[in-house]
Design a protein around this ligand. Structure first.
Ligand SMILES: [Fe+2]
Length: 285
């Protein structure tokens, strides 16, 4: 069966057919998916009844695995985090826990791993348990957002560097440095990334932003934060957003180099459990 793509968002995001992740994929499929990621940003693989090993075998063909090192939300596997109301063992995650507070920052528009150097390149999130009405995940097309800026605004942004830090996103959710272990504080130093990135396949430019984005290098803190806030507000206007409705056993894979995303609130009592893993860029950006 050949691989097919059907665009499901206004400007980006596609449903993939013809891939069975239980059986795995080879180099030819990897190349086709890489090309689709460069053009669609978000790919939805339906009805994939995969386990951890199969999810890892799939994503590791696209780059080195991101190590799940944060002690505060440790999973039972070095490359996975748990997303939802329960952990890998099916135990409810306490709303008072640091792990829960940490996850709440996913409600902010962000790019996975922008607080790292090299940053995360691709994320794969697999729906293992879902409530009857799962909350959608929203994605923003940062290529389209860049293209919609005026030429004067684009010119003013060229060359800017942004400092990213995990503590900036958590600070916005009311967390304090004292909520983190000393080990985490030592390991998670701020990093710098360009505000504008260029896709190597398509040549298209995009904004590279996240809730982790703290300020513009060389600018007064508040002036830089105001610009970051303005650009995130612009990039997440409805015309740039695809809202994804989850179905059980879907795997959604996205390109973090030119998309942002956020979780939406879930207040129901039914368990919700998604398994998260990622691969990083090979080189610093
Ligand atoms: Fe995320």
């Amino acid at each position: 069966m050949s691989i097919g793509f059907e665009q499901i968002g206004k400007t980006f995001a596609a449903r993939v057919t013809g891939i069975d992740l239980q059986r795995g994929i080879g180099p030819a499929e990897v190349e086709i998916i890489e090309d689709a990621l460069a053009r669609q940003g978000v790919l939805v693989f339906e009805a994939q009844r995969i386990n951890d090993d199969q999810q890892q075998a799939f994503i590791q063909q696209f780059g080195p695995p991101h190590q799940a090192v944060l002690k505060e939300i440790a999973s039972n596997h070095p490359h996975f985090y748990d997303i939802g109301t329960v952990d890998f063992a099916g135990t409810e995650i306490s709303r008072e826990s640091v792990a829960y507070q940490y996850m709440m920052a996913n409600l902010l528009w962000h790019t996975d791993g922008a607080q790292n150097q090299p940053p995360i390149r691709l994320t794969a999130l697999h729906a293992r348990t879902l409530p009857a009405e799962p909350p959608p995940t929203e994605y923003a097309d940062m290529h389209a957002a860049w293209a919609a800026l005026s030429p004067a605004m684009q010119a003013s942004l060229e060359g800017l560097m942004v400092e990213h830090s995990i503590f900036r996103s958590r600070e916005q959710m009311g967390m304090k440095l004292s909520d983190f272990s000393q080990e985490t504080l030592n390991a998670r130093k701020p990093v710098q990334h360009p505000l504008i990135r260029v896709n190597k396949r398509t040549g298209r430019k995009s904004l590279y932003l996240a809730s982790h984005a703290s300020h513009i290098i060389g600018w007064p803190l508040e002036k830089g934060r105001a610009l970051i806030d303005e650009l995130i507000a612009h990039a997440t206007l409805p015309q740039f957003v695809y809202s994804h409705d989850w179905a059980l056993h879907q795997l959604v894979m996205w390109d973090d180099s030119w998309t942002m995303h956020r979780a939406t609130p879930y207040t129901g009592s039914q368990p919700r459990y998604l398994r998260w893993c990622a691969v990083r860029e090979i080189e610093a950006v």
